[in-house]
Design a protein around this ligand. Structure first.
Ligand code: HEM
Length: 178
């Protein structure tokens, strides 16, 4: 997984849960200090370890951490690559273009990126349905990113999802604009 995701996660933990929680996460014992660079690439299991550390220190649900991180991450990703949303007027436009445009451009910038699949199955003015599939099972992060997109466009959306298959891990998202 891209180093940028790790460096953003560290900033997110510092801002949301404080420096002490971030320190425990990055230095779980005196001879083990975790360092990540934006240009690096790290195993997904490393991110899981960091999330679990925050979960244990803060006694907050893993889902809550990943959801909040998704909301936070959208703004940071857009800051890193503003051209990706430049022509878009709404969150639906961005969300529906994740697979066919945004992540394609991401892959050009970072060929090592391992990205999920997002297929639009229904696109109406105020209602969107998409299928997400990824062995990382990060649908809650995806939900956070979608809400982050709606915040960016000052809109209100409601995001629901349901797991429809375990192998491959596939989730149906319904997104409603209100
Ligand atoms: C609402 C919009 C978006 C959604 C729903 C979305 C969804 C996701 C999800 C769920 C992942 C985790 C990987 C997985 O599930 O397998 C991911 C990874 C990623 N996304 Fe997006 N994304 C969005 C927008 C963006 C934007 C605007 C960028 C701009 C740079 C971006 C760049 C990335 C990168 C760099 C990764 C990490 C890939 C890796 O580490 O290998 N995404 N995205």
């Amino acid at each position: 997984m891209k180093g940028a995701v790790f460096t953003e996660f560290i900033e997110f933990v510092e801002e949301t849960y404080g420096f002490d929680t971030a320190d425990i996460m990055l230095e779980p014992d005196s001879d083990n200090e975790k360092i990540y660079t934006q240009a690096g690439n790290y195993p997904f299991t490393e991110l899981v370890t960091l999330v679990l550390s925050v979960h244990e220190t803060e006694k907050v649900e893993i889902e809550e951490i990943l959801y909040k991180f998704g909301v936070y991450l959208f703004g940071k990703l857009v800051h890193m690559a503003p051209f990706l949303v430049k022509g878009s007027q709404s969150s639906f436009e961005v969300i529906s273009k994740v697979d066919t445009y945004i992540h394609i451009e991401v892959k050009k910038l970072y060929p090592e990126a391992d990205l999920p699949k997002f297929k639009v199955i229904k696109f109406e003015t105020n209602h969107l349905e998409m299928l997400y599939s990824s062995d990382k099972q990060l649908e809650i992060l995806a939900k956070g990113l979608m809400i982050g997109a709606s915040n960016y466009f000052h809109e209100t959306i409601v995001v629901d999802y349901k797991i429809v298959s375990e192998e491959p891990h596939t989730v149906i998202f319904t997104v409603d604009k209100i």
